[in-house]
Design a protein around this ligand. Structure first.
Ligand code: 4NP
Length: 164
């Protein structure tokens, strides 16, 4: 399993989850890789996706309706091979929960897979802005998940999979 993680789990990480899930399900790893998402914070647990995030996904043909927010806890290291942080603060907060072994190695910045990232490896938090921020985040997610889906097999084979 692969987890997408942001702060609230109502904007960035659920968008990345839905988009990558669709791509995995359309490829050779369908049924063998599950994509999940969580927030490091607990404020929105149980909530649907932010309306702006949902509208953005729908406009591009993705279905946002199944999402309910969850919080990332230490037990997520047990059943996830890879944990993708949307920004450096998320990465730090997840890393603070890492429990040894290879757990720290399994935490990556999502945009480290973005072919257009340059020096900027963060997905900006669109929560306080307008629709334009969600459109920008969607474009990052679309191209970054293309790259992740392309190299997923190799990526997952780096680890002793607790699960697929
Ligand atoms: P996300 O955006 O981390 O992309 O889900 C946020 C959503 C809610 C809050 C912060 C960021 N909040 O402070 O409630």
């Amino acid at each position: 399993m692969i987890a997408m993680v942001c702060l609230g789990n109502i904007c960035r990480s659920p968008m990345a989850q839905v988009v990558l899930s669709d791509k995995v399900d359309a490829g050779s790893l369908a049924g063998r890789v599950l994509v999940t998402s969580a927030g490091t914070g607990d404020w929105h647990v149980g909530n649907e996706m932010d309306r702006r995030a949902a509208v953005t996904l729908s406009a591009h043909g993705y279905d946002p309706s199944a999402h309910r927010a969850e919080q990332f806890t230490v037990s997520w290291f047990d059943d996830h091979d890879l944990i993708m942080a949307m920004d450096r603060s998320n990465h730090r907060n997840i890393g603070a929960l890492a429990v040894g072994g290879d757990t720290a190695d399994r935490i990556r910045l999502f945009r480290s897979f973005d072919p257009l990232a340059g020096d900027d490896l963060e997905v900006p938090d669109p929560w306080y802005g307008g629709q334009g921020g969600f459109d920008d985040v969607f474009a990052m997610i679309e191209r970054t998940t293309d790259e992740i889906a392309r190299c997923l097999d190799a990526l997952l084979s780096e680890f002793d999979s607790p699960s697929t």
